[in-house]
Design a protein around this ligand. Sequence first.
Ligand code: NG1
Ligand code: ZN
Length: 525
Amino acid sequence: INLRTVYAFAREMYPKNSSTPVQYGTAGFRGRAEFLDSVMYRMGVLATLRSRIRGGAVIGVMVTASHNPEPDNGVKLIDPKGEMLEASWESIATDLANVEDSELEAHVAKIISDNKIDVGSSSNVFVGMDNRYHSPRLLKAVADGVIALKGNVREFGIVTTPMLHFFVVAANTRGAYGQPTEEGYYRKLITAFETLRGDKLENGNYRNKLIFDGANGVGARKMLQFLKRMHNSLQVEVINKGDGKINENCGADHVKVKQAVPIGMPIVEPYTRCVSVDGDADRVVYFFTDDAGHFRLLDGDRIATLVADYLMDMLKRCDLDLSMGLVQTAYANGGSTDYIANTLKVPVACVPTGVKHLHHKALQYDIGVYFEANGHGTIIFSDNAKCLIKAQSETNPNAKILLQIIDLINETVGDAISDMLLVETILNSKGWDVKDWLATYDDLPNLQLKIKVQDRNVITTTDAERVCVTPVGLQEAIDKVVSNYKRGRAFVRPSGTEDVVRVYAEAATKDETESLAYEVGNLVH
Ligand code: NG1
Ligand code: ZN
């Protein structure tokens, strides 16, 4: 390998055009698309090196800015087991993204020698992108980064983030997880879903019909592909299919944060189940309008509790004693945490924002259920759990069902469509509609604010982001404000994906929540 090529490519095709430092954040690099070409190219280089370190295992690179507005783009790296890039490599990624072009060659040489990388060994990188108009250009930059270091690159075109995770794991397990192709992905999920559903399309209060808001993103396209291949097992009306701007007034982030229906909603009967996903379809939330016309949200906390309740019941029916835990972040509604601890009686943990933290914690249980309140999450089963369930399935029909449930879940990462099919399966089996689901517990009124400040990184936090360490005195001031509110809870943290500070507040009533959020927001300004 001639590292001069790496520099030549960079200089000619992908020169660094911004002096503002970038940072590998909650989910990789994000920012305005016009400043990302050099970052993308360098991440192609990095993924190639990472694959070599991991003995040629496939590394994934996803070009997307998820729920961000259309002018933004971003990139996330996927490790061989489908997990987000190992934390210790985030700083390597940050340093590489920020070096000047003239230092690039020497910097790459240093990464190679520091990590004792055999540059002659094989390297495999899968790349995918969302449907933003600048994604193809940025994807080419990633691919060129791989080519500059003589790695093998396989382009999947427009795919959801969870599909790319699936392909990475399927390839690295040599097909044991599924086939690393788009058809292989649809086949695995649809087969499990339709086997579970059988011919019982409706049950009790459950109706086989829903509205799907695709956020004008990849999720809309792929849902349509699912429907083409399904045998009418679910009736889905897809809205925000891609004619409008990605995530604009629609999608999971809009619905969750604004607590309002997306644009383009058809007129439907009260209590019709509606689903919103985000731009790259790794998040999902449910919502509906009640007969008084009120918007009601069923978010990631709801999905987590529904799934945990169902799985506990199945374990009992399978006569299996496996450890189960639920992982949340500080954004989880206090109402859900109480319900999990006091009614479901499942151990519940709180970790910092970002699925990488949730996934990591969830690995500690036989069955780890993790969801962010915004609808990003999945369920993972340990090898031990899978073995025991498999053995039990020889004699116990419920264990057979559980095996199909495992197949339906995309364990590699939160997957909006897989999560949705799981929720549909559980609601059908319980004979529930959204009203029954909402009745399981009451959410505390809650509100999120975004505040623009000069430097968001002056705020640092501890205790799963629930306590501010700096600036000195801020936490005391927050505590003082919060103590005046019944059931009040609030925290602030710098966003890892946008240039803002986020404020979260919940309290006994809507008015108190608003006033608490604004009082805490004022402390940040
Ligand atoms: P930041 O911007 O760090 O709050 C947001 C979400 C995360 C996660 C990432 C990645 C909230 C409050 N934060 O992170 O949960 O989903 O984006 O997409 O929803
Ligand atoms: Zn996303």
